[in-house]
Design a protein around this ligand. Structure first.
Ligand SMILES: Cc1cc2nc3c(=O)[nH]c(=O)nc-3n(C[C@H](O)[C@H](O)[C@H](O)COP(=O)(O)OP(=O)(O)OC[C@H]3O[C@@H](n4cnc5c(N)ncnc54)[C@H](O)[C@@H]3O)c2cc1C
Length: 194
């Protein structure tokens, strides 16, 4: 989606192939790109890091389905995967510049594995992949889901937060209710300008 022109009763959307879509309603679920659409300050973008080990079904047997999230700042979380890997994440930084973020990938990998070593000194962790991503933090940890006064015939579903994926199910329910002109009880907690 590269351009939206508002008309009476509908929006005209241009997509990157040049085609136009006439839409009665638009649901913007564009993640942190919404920061370029909305003028107000509503989300703080950060960088986060994750490391996953090689497959080793024997080594991780004893931690099986354990899920860890510590109370440190920045936090560290870890769990095993179905295919026998240990996945660890954390090392959050307060900036989101992608080049700057990726330049310290291996420094972050070392930091995360050093912390793992203090928790589980007997584990020899063999890194398979390491990656980073941008995520959004809001003032109250809740997503922004609902209409915005500047965007006619439109709704936003922005699942920000460290638990943003869980908000996607609620967002789906809410969006389908909005489309039927129904209200949702959580709207007041997730609305813009709250
Ligand atoms: C490393 C990492 C680990 C995470 N771990 C967890 C976790 O364990 N649990 C959890 O709940 N959350 C986690 N999160 C957060 C979670 O990923 C986000 O909160 C969630 O993905 C937000 O969902 P969203 O649909 O709002 O946005 P996104 O998932 O960012 O989706 C937005 C989509 O819109 C597309 N888009 C943007 N602009 C346009 C445009 N103009 N036209 C067309 N498409 C567009 C983007 O390409 C993207 O695919 C993690 C995030 C990261 C980076």
């Amino acid at each position: 989606m590269v351009k939206v022109v508002e008309h009476k009763g509908f929006n005209l959307v241009t997509v990157d192939s040049g085609f136009e879509i006439k839409a009665k309603k638009i649901i913007y679920c564009v993640g942190y790109e919404s920061k370029n659409l909305l003028k107000e300050s509503f989300v703080n973008l950060k960088s986060t890091y994750a490391v996953v080990s090689e497959i080793d079904n024997d080594k991780f047997k004893n931690i099986g389905s354990t899920l860890v999230w510590n109370t440190d700042d920045p936090y560290l979380y870890m769990r095993t995967t179905d295919d026998g890997r240990l996945l660890i994440g954390g090392g959050d930084e307060d900036f989101y510049d992608a080049e700057k973020r990726d330049a310290i990938l291996h420094k972050k990998e070392k930091e995360i594995l050093k912390t793992l070593n203090t928790i589980k000194p007997d584990y020899h962790f063999y890194t398979d992949f390491v990656w980073a991503g941008t995520f959004g933090e809001t003032k109250d940890g809740l997503p922004y889901i609902g209409a915005h006064e500047k965007f006619k015939n439109s709704y936003f579903v922005l699942g920000f937060g460290g638990n943003g994926i869980t908000f996607s199910v609620i967002g789906m329910e809410m969006a389908s209710m909005f489309m039927k002109n129904k209200k949702h009880p959580l709207s007041r907690y997730f609305k813009f300008g709250r």
